[in-house]
Design a protein around this ligand. Structure first.
Ligand code: GAP
Length: 444
């Protein structure tokens, strides 16, 4: 038995995602909308599980981090204060020949849309001068276009946290150091979205802003770096596919004094999964200046007043989901054939078990249905009686379901079932009364 990752993994993952109901192209029956994707029945479960796992680690298990869900549309001056109106730009060029639009700093890796396709840098088409293109989506608020207020779809969830910092501080009675976490949609009008759900125009972020006393920021920065890389490990991502990348002077965002990315080794190369930033007091000072509200923290022990520094952990939910799929995807060569298996960690797998009657007669479907209904109260399981049992196992292997429970003739005699492990394919016979405990122990 040998295991290997095929070269065209991305294409295979994209088609598996469609086939098994993980991810679909948005608006597909209208020809699709570039860089927007919809999560199908399994995708939505996987995404929910990834978010819950993040929330558990970042909020539920900590006394000093609380949650927030701020609105996507916010006062437009927030984006002036944050520096996004002036500085959230990418350099853009147009090709006068093919009319394609490209990021000027990524010409080496951009493909000319003219056939036969070449890289833009070698296609010979004349390019316009570089223009700075703001990535924020602008829309208007109010019923009449003239006179309506221009607002932006947020390009990051972080600013919703900063402007709510006094509200959260007062209502939750937290003391520094403490954090505010938020999961939510963000929007960026990316010039060249690519690689499936890796770079989209509408995506979800899982961000946490940790407010600390100036001078302790470096220590907290190191703490969060370690916490975050450990989280991916617990998520089941292989260690050898993760690494840190430190931002050099020219890479640093306008708000950051120091930044490390957690990177994953995707089939298209090492790429950013999460940013960990020391944002200093940049954001709160800017909001203090522009709103004229006092955002200083008063330390009632030392009697000091200061604007807190912020250490941010900013992960992409969709990128994490893609990472889970890529890392779990395997084609396993067996004696007679090859099976595709998604070795997702059981705790995030969309379905925890497939429940099958061996055949559709002799009371097996009835018992399998009853087991399904009982388990459904506790976890996501799936009843399937269609086709040969071997086929049903393979379908669940591809969907990433860690266990398959089969009801056979022996089950009717002595109330036992077989449980097949997705990874080893080994089957174990257990008493049906202990099934819930058996599965719980392995998936929670
Ligand atoms: N608040 C800081 C911030 O937004 P960022 O590095 O620009 O930092 C954080 O974004 C994370 O959001 C990235 O590491 C990535 O996982 C995710 N992300 C950013 N742009 C994205 C896009 N166009 N599509 C999908 N995910 C994206």
């Amino acid at each position: 038995m040998s295991k290997k990752k095929p070269d065209n993994t991305m294409n295979k993952i994209v088609s598996l995602c469609k086939r098994r109901g993980y991810v679909f192209q948005s608006s597909e029956i209208y020809g699709g909308l570039d860089s927007c994707y919809d999560y199908g029945p399994l995708g939505v479960e996987l995404k929910k599980n990834v978010k819950e796992f993040w929330w558990k680690h970042m909020v539920q298990m900590r006394d000093n981090i609380v949650g927030l869900d701020s609105s996507i549309l916010m006062h437009p001056r927030i984006w002036e204060a944050s520096g996004h109106v002036a500085g959230f730009v990418d350099p853009l060029v147009d090709c006068k020949t093919c009319k394609g639009r490209f990021r000027a700093d990524q010409l080496e890796s951009s493909v000319c849309p003219n056939k036969p396709s070449k890289m833009v840098s070698e296609c010979g088409g004349e390019l316009t001068d570089v223009r700075q293109f703001n990535l924020m989506f602008k829309t208007q608020m109010g019923p009449v276009e003239e006179g309506a207020t221009a607002v932006y779809l947020r390009p990051e969830t972080a600013q919703g946290i900063y402007v709510n910092y006094p509200n959260v501080l007062q209502s939750s009675r937290q003391k520094i150091p403490f954090g505010i976490a938020q999961i939510g949609k963000a929007f960026r009008n990316e010039i060249t979205p690519k690689n499936f759900i890796f770079r989209m125009r509408e995506f979800e972020q899982m961000e946490m802003q940790f407010f600390v006393k100036p001078g302790t920021d470096t220590e907290w920065f190191e703490y969060w770096k370690e916490q975050r890389i450990n989280w991916y490990d617990e998520l089941g991502i292989r260690k050898e596919n993760l690494r840190f990348h430190q931002h050099g002077e020219t890479e640093l965002a306008h708000y950051a004094a120091a930044a490390f990315d957690v990177e994953y080794k995707f089939p298209f190369g090492w790429q950013e999964l999460e940013g960990i930033h020391n944002r200093t007091d940049f954001d709160l000072k800017r909001h203090q200046e522009c709103s004229t509200k006092d955002l200083q923290y008063f330390d009632d022990v030392t009697r000091e007043k200061f604007v807190p520094y912020i250490v941010e952990t900013s992960a992409g939910c969709d990128r994490t989901l893609l990472t889970c799929l890529v890392d779990a995807y395997e084609e396993e060569e067996l004696e007679k054939d090859t099976r595709t298996v998604l070795r997702l960690s059981p705790r995030i797998a969309p379905l925890k078990a497939g429940i099958f009657p061996l055949v559709k007669r002799d009371g097996m479907p009835e018992l399998a249905r009853k087991i399904t209904d009982d388990l459904k109260q506790h976890m996501m399981v799936f009843y399937d009686e269609a086709g040969a049992v071997g086929r049903r196992y393979r379908r669940q292997d591809e969907a990433g379901t860690p266990f398959c429970v089969t009801v056979d003739s022996e089950s009717l005699e002595n109330n036992t079932v077989t449980v097949r492990d997705r990874d080893t394919m080994v089957q174990e016979r257990i008493n049906a009364d202990g099934l819930l405990a058996y599965l719980r122990e392995r998936v929670e």
